[in-house]
Structures are given as structure tokens and as C-alpha cells.
Design a protein around this ligand. Sequence first.
Ligand code: MN
Ligand code: MN
Length: 478
Amino acid sequence: MEEKKTEGQLLKERLAYDTKNAWEKSSAEEREKAFSFCEDYKKFLDRAKTEREFIKETVKIAKDKGFVCLDEIENSGEKLKPGMKVYRVIRGKSAILAVIGNKPISDGVNVVGGHIDAPRIDIKQNPIYQDSGMALMETHYYGGIKKYQWVTIPLAIHGVVVKGDGSIVEISIGENDEDPVFTITDLLPHLAQDQMQKKMSEGITGEGLNLLIGSIPYDDEKVKEKIKLNILNILNQKYGIIEEDLISAELEIVPAFKSKDVGFDRSMVGAYGQDDRVCSYTALKAVLEIEQPEKTAVCLLTDKEEIGSMGNTGAESNLFENFIATLCSLTNENYSDIMLRKALYNTKVLSADVNPAVDPNFEGVHEKQNASFMGKGVVITKYTGSRGKAGGSDANAEFVGEIRKLFNENGIIWQTGELGKVDQGGGGTIAQYIANLGAQVLDCGAAILSMHAPFEITSKIDVYMCFKAFKAFYSYKA
Ligand code: MN
Ligand code: MN
């Protein structure tokens, strides 16, 4: 027989905030759903290791689900009606999807916005050189990486090369089992006495991240740099490109390994690029399931967040505003600027991004009462920023209250989080750029371990809770 709860116990249950373990609070059926959801998630991550690949996959999946390119509708002179599903791709590197709701756009839309770029190493524009019997490529890292994590692991090259005649060659080497991979070497411990005395930030330098790409010389005694020439010859035979073409290229170096289950209990996903594809993917999957909502549901997938969201494919640009303007003009004969302003003001946004989970190996960087944990559900982060909240986005208490209520009413297990201890560091997301337009914005997403490392860890139940949370938000009526 269950022991009767004391008055104090009951009072505590009623009054005190307590986080829940989402595994414990989920039924066997829910757990099963989380596991199977993550099977697709892992496969998607392996197909979408760059922002361009994420967009390609998105368009494929969206078209299958009946989404139509917004530009086509615009050109056809057709109007948008409730229930219609549309998407727009911005320069191949960001995208916005929408399911048109019953209410006018000027009443605001419900947006879940994540970023689809991830920390990586880019290849420089004039990259190939020969040294010590090897050919290598010069690189420039992208986003906040700990450089030492990127040496001595198998790496793949993904991207596009725009040739002299304007044609585009797509490249992906290192993903298939029979493909070669590339790597960045590190110094043997025997000779690393000096290196090991350096600070971790200096042990491997940015200019020291040179990619090993070959070692066989071209067979001609008369030429210099025979190994480099042999590589150029292989690239020319395989892709029809010459060295100058690399100047108009975007080639990204990413880990060559695949997504994996982590743990004896397989409860976690280990993979490259989960910041922020864990949120982008769940936001995408959720919008695909929305049918004629009250307010228009919008999934925003942006590029360049890891370097500050700038540029014409980043959240700081007018891509979101332009999209809403297009929705306004295609749903109302009398488009006006004030209609757009109202739409933006009335818009509600979940800025979907990851939050650093407490890591028992690194005590002291979190204040545990306000930190997020693995497996405790989707994380709500009221504010970001560094030091005195500088450079952050701080959601209004009213909006946090709305979202808390929405999640509680929809059985979504959630927790509160922050970006580490005060004065420990910090950071930001795309939230501030959308908030600048007047919309209500709250940061919300999955807890993650080893953020920005080649192999990042999330909890499967959290991934699934993100999906559930975003789906509930797209259908939010208030
Ligand atoms: Mn992020
Ligand atoms: Mn990041």
C-alpha cells in the first residue's frame, strides 16, 4: 500500500518548481516514438552536413508533403488561401516554410526559427600547396571551434565549385564507405614537449589547420610541385575544374563519420552538426504535420548564425521580413507597409537553438538551479548574452508565461536553462534579430553536450520533446 503523503509533501508538490526526468514522465509508447523519431533524425543528419545540403533535403521533403515554391505562386498571380503550404529558398542556404492559417497575416504568425549552419572548417580560396612530400590545403575555420578537437579525425569535403563558365559542380567526398577521407595531423607526444606547455587555445593554431590531401607526384621530371600537379589533375579529371575555379568555391570540411546511438541504453544521439540541426530538423518535421492552423505557421531555417547571423542568408538580413511581406501581399489585395508592420509586431517566435547541458566532467561552469540537463525536456531560455546580459535577447515575462502555459497544457516536458554561470561566458542566437522586428521571441531548444565539437550529444527524449513543443506552438491560437 502506498504511504499517505504528509501535509508538507503535498504543499511542496503544489508550490515548488521541480524539473522532471522526461524518460520517467513518458509512457512506453512515447519512449518508442522518441526512439523511432531519432532513427530518421540520424539519417537526416548524415544527408545534411552543410547548410546547402539541409536546404536540398528540406525542399525534397517539403515537396513530398505538398509544399509549393512561393516564387511560383507569386509569378502565377495566384493568391494564398488558408491551408496552402509554401516554401522559399534564399540563395540555396536558407529557407522559410509556411502553412497558411485562417487568420490574416497582420494578426501575426507563429514562427519556429533555427539555424542550419554548424561550426566547421572551410577551405581557403587558393588552398593547394605542396610540402615535405605531401599535398595539403589551407583552411579557415568557421564558427567557434576548439581547434584541437578537429585534428586526427576522418574528415569529408562538401560544397560547390563555380567554374569559369558559370556552371556549378557539387562535391561530396568522404561519406561513402569506398570514398577516401582527409585529415589534419597532430604532433606525436614524443616531440610535443613545447606544444604541451602551450595554452589549449594555442596548441593547435588556425593557420596550422592544414588538410592532408595527397602524396603521389605527377610523372614528369620537368615540372615543379609534382604532387600538387597530380592533385590538380585528379580534380580536373573528376570534376572538370582548374585551380582558379576554387576561388569561386564554397568547400566545407566536416567530420566524415556518421550519426550514432550513444550509451548501452541507446538513449542519446551522437553526431556532427546537432547545433542547431536538432532544433531545425524538429522545427521542420513539425511544420510538415500542420494542416490549416488558426495563425499561419512558419518554419525559419537560417544560415550564418555561427558567425553572427550576418549576410544575405543570415537572420540579421531582411529575409524573414521579405517573406512576411510576400505573405501579406499574396493574402490581401490591399497590401500596405503598415500591414507588414502589424504582422511583425503580432508575430510570436520560438528561437530554436541548443542550450549547454550540465556536464559532470566540467563542474563549476553552471549554476545548477538555472542550468539545463540532459533528458529533462525542451529548454526554455528567457535570456541569453554575456556578463550583464550584453548582446543577448531577453524574452518578455508575458510571453514566457504564454509558452509555459502552452507546454503544460500539451503535455510537453520542459525545463528552464541559461548560458552558463554569470560572468563565465555566454552567447546569443538568432532571437535578437527577429525581436528587432517587433515580434515576441523566446529561446527554446534541446540541451546538448560537447556543443561545437565534431561529435555532439543530445538526448533522444529531448529531441522528441522539441518536436512536440514546436508542433504545439505552430498550432497556438492566441
Ligand atoms: Mn546554435
Ligand atoms: Mn552554435
